[in-house]
Structure formats: C-alpha cells, structure tokens
Design a protein around this ligand. Structure first.
Ligand code: SAH
Length: 396
C-alpha cells in the first residue's frame, strides 16, 4: 500500500471512528508525521499506532474525512468500485434513465461512502460537486470512473464546485465540463413531469432532487384545492399539484430567475394552462399581503441555519414563517412544511412548528412525517447525513 502521511489521534479519540463515523475533528489529533497539505491523502492511526483508515485531509474543524476503513489503495479502481455500488443502488431503486424518471442523486457524500462529494444526474448529464478539497483534486479520475461505470447512461460530466469548496483553500475551482458538454441542458424527467434544469446558472446542481417523493405525496392531496407553493425555485411542487387537479396554483420565489424557470416548466408540462400564476416576491411580504384563499400551502425555504451557532435564529425563522401560514390557511387546509438545515434536528423543527401552531390557536394534526428519498441514503454511522425533514399538517 502507498505510504501516506500518518495522523495520530489522542487516546480515546478513535472511539467514533471504530464505529465507522467518517470524520476526524481537528481537536482529536495528537500529531502529524509530516504536515499534510490541504486535500492530501492521509493514514489515520490511533494513539497506540493501530491503523484506523485512509482519508482526505482538510484544514478546518473536520480535519479528515475517511474514505476507507481498510488498508487499500485509493486509485482509479477504488473510485470505480465506490461509484459502481452507488449506481447499482439507484438502479435497484428504479431511478436510472427510465422514461418516467431520469433525475436522481447518484452520490450523496457520506451516505455513499464518498465524503465531500455530491453527484446529481439529469438524463445523460451528471453534475458533480466537491465539498472537500480532496475530492477537487481527484475530479478527473472521478469523472472517468463515472462514465466507465455508467456506460451509455452518462455522456456529460459537469463540474460545479466554484462555490462549494472552502474559499480559503484558494483552489481556483472553475465550473466546466470534464467530459462531453455538447448536447447540453437535456430535459430532465421526474415521475413523468418535465423540467428544464440549468446546471450552468441554477442553484446547487440545478434542481432539488430531494423532494421527489414529497412532491408525489402532495399530488394526492391537490384535487380541487387552491395551492400556494412558497419558495418554489423551479416549480417542482406546482406541477404535481396541477397534475393532481388543483383548482389553482400560485408559485412564489424571491428570485426572478427562479420564476422564469417555473414559467418555462409550466409551458413544458401544461402549455396554456391558466390555473398557474407565478410571483417574484419575498415570502414574508407575500404571506402578509395574501388573503385566505389557499387550502394547500407548501413552505420549503432555503436552509435557515448553516452552522450550529445560528440555530436559535433559524428556529425563530421557522416559527415565524409557519405562524404566517397557520394564520391564513383555510379551515380544512393542508400544510406541507420543510426544513433542509442539517443542524436543525427533527425534534427542533417540530418544536418550532408546534410554537407556530400554538401561537395561531388553530387545531393542528400531523398526518405525515417526511424525510429525504432513498437516493439520499443515510450512512447509519453518520446520522449527520439526515438533513431534510418535513411535516404534513391538517389544519382546522
Ligand atoms: N421548493 C423548491 C426548492 C426551494 S429552494 C423545489 O422543490 O425545488 C429555496 C428557494 O427559496 C430558492 O429558490 C430561493 O430563491 C428562495 N428564497 C430564498 N429566500 C427567499 C425569500 N425571502 N422569499 C422567497 N423566496 C426565497
């Protein structure tokens, strides 16, 4: 095996790693054999010198992300093996390039034993995002391994890490195609609905793949309802509501670009359908000025807390936002409410929504509890991978 620089842990600090939690925090490190550079491969050993795992080194609170708990070579074959396992799972889930669905997450970081890496697939294009410098340095090898594993399924690999890598590392990551790039901007299909996905200019990898199953659930409750899709982005929930025979659907997002995309996607799926209208407006302003016509409301805001130290403010934000919905939603209304902040736990989120409900004085019952779909798997040893939570509430 290649000799990687060794990082030795303080006594007792190997416990979580022995249970396969893939992170080494900087405070757990006793000494470096030689100081590694950002993104280098390192070998982690315990205080007695026993092998623990091989990972990527990074400057920051998470100092090492473990790639393997076995003594093995991290080379092209390794990436291929990992991507094959990820690809096989998505095939098992029935998500790969079917006529009914060709949009899915292929790699969900730690959930696919590839910490610091996200890959979303839209038809024949994979959009790859590195969240750790180590993954940035191996991007070419990953792209090559990916097309080898996926065969004809993936023709283009677009790399989009300009904003996801720690800026202090000064890696100069540029967005661009690593493979292909000619037949750009395919139409993605999710559960039979079509979406223009703009990975070049869009947020994240271009689309929020993680709401697929929750959108399907919404479709079942849409018949005859007046729907407000707040924080609509590309309009995902709106089209499911329209297909589910909603009476009217209003999509709101503060970004004018998002509203343009939503309107384009309406034309793609329901050309000329007058039930839909989109508004580029701030959520809180819209909720304040709107009437009480809606009996199905979706609240899917961006992450209010990216770090633990802003958790309190985030919970206040969720409370205020949900309180406005409770205030206005029609009796017999249904509220789909979400949080995608990783640091906000299921319990905390529920507490924030509880406070909002209590403030409104309405009778509120939980009829569904939602989470992320199967192509965003949670490594059981890394509970931090669970980030999306939602409640479906029946409001009297
Ligand atoms: N529900 C979407 C994803 C939402 S992402 C889907 O299913 O795809 C969050 C969205 O909230 C982004 O599009 C962002 O532009 C929008 N946003 C952020 N702050 C906002 C605000 N104050 N008011 C309205 N929209 C906002």
């Amino acid at each position: 095996m290649t000799n990687y620089t060794k990082i030795q842990l303080k006594p007792g600090k190997e416990e979580s790693l022995k249970r396969f939690h893939p992170w080494v925090f900087s405070g757990a490190i006793a000494r470096f054999e030689t100081q590694p550079e950002e993104g280098d491969f390192v070998e982690v050993i315990d205080s007695k010198g026993n092998f623990i795992g091989i990972g990527h080194y990074q400057i920051g609170s998470i100092a090492v992300r473990i790639l393997s708990f076995e003594k093995e070579e991290i080379n092209d074959d390794f990436w291929k093996k990992r991507l094959q396992v990820a690809f096989d799972l998505r095939k098992t889930l029935g998500l790969v390039n079917g006529e009914y669905n060709n949009t899915y997450r292929l790699v969900h970081g730690e959930g696919d034993y590839l910490p610091g890496l996200v890959i979303d697939v839209y038809a024949h294009t994979a959009v790859m995002q590195a969240h750790a410098p180590g993954m940035h340095f191996v991007r070419e090898a990953l792209a090559k391994a990916l097309v080898e594993v996926a065969g004809a399924e993936i023709e283009n690999v677009y790399y989009k890490s300009e904003t996801t890598l720690p800026y202090k590392a000064e890696l100069g990551a540029e967005n661009g195609y690593l493979i292909g790039g000619v037949n750009q901007l395919d139409v993605a299909v999710e559960n039979g609905l079509k979406f223009h996905v703009d990975w070049l200019r869009g947020q994240k990898t271009g689309f929020f793949v993680d709401q697929r199953e929750n959108r399907s659930l919404l479709e079942k409750y849409s018949k005859g309802r007046s729907v407000l899709n707040m924080f609509c982005y590309t309009g995902g929930f709106s089209f499911y509501a329209m297909r589910g025979d909603a009476k009217l659907v209003h999509s709101v997002d503060s970004s004018a670009k998002a509203i343009d995309l939503t309107n384009k996607n309406v034309e793609l799926n329901f050309p000329g359908d007058e039930r839909h209208e989109a508004f580029a407006e701030d959520a809180f302003k819209y909720l304040d000025r709107m009437g009480d016509q809606y009996d199905l409301i979706i609240l899917d805001p961006p992450a209010f807390a990216k770090h633990k130290n802003v958790l309190r403010n985030a919970l206040q934000g969720y409370r205020k936002l949900n309180a406005k919905a409770f205030e206005k939603i029609k009796p017999g209304g249904i509220l789909f409410t979400f949080s995608c902040s990783q640091v906000v736990t299921k319990e905390n989120f529920r507490l924030a929504v509880f406070s909002a409900a209590a403030q409104s004085g309405r009778r509120v019952r939980i009829i569904h509890q939602m989470t992320q779909p199967a192509d965003h798997p949670i490594n059981i040893y890394h509970p931090e991978g669970e980030y999306l939570k939602g409640l479906v509430l029946y409001v009297e």
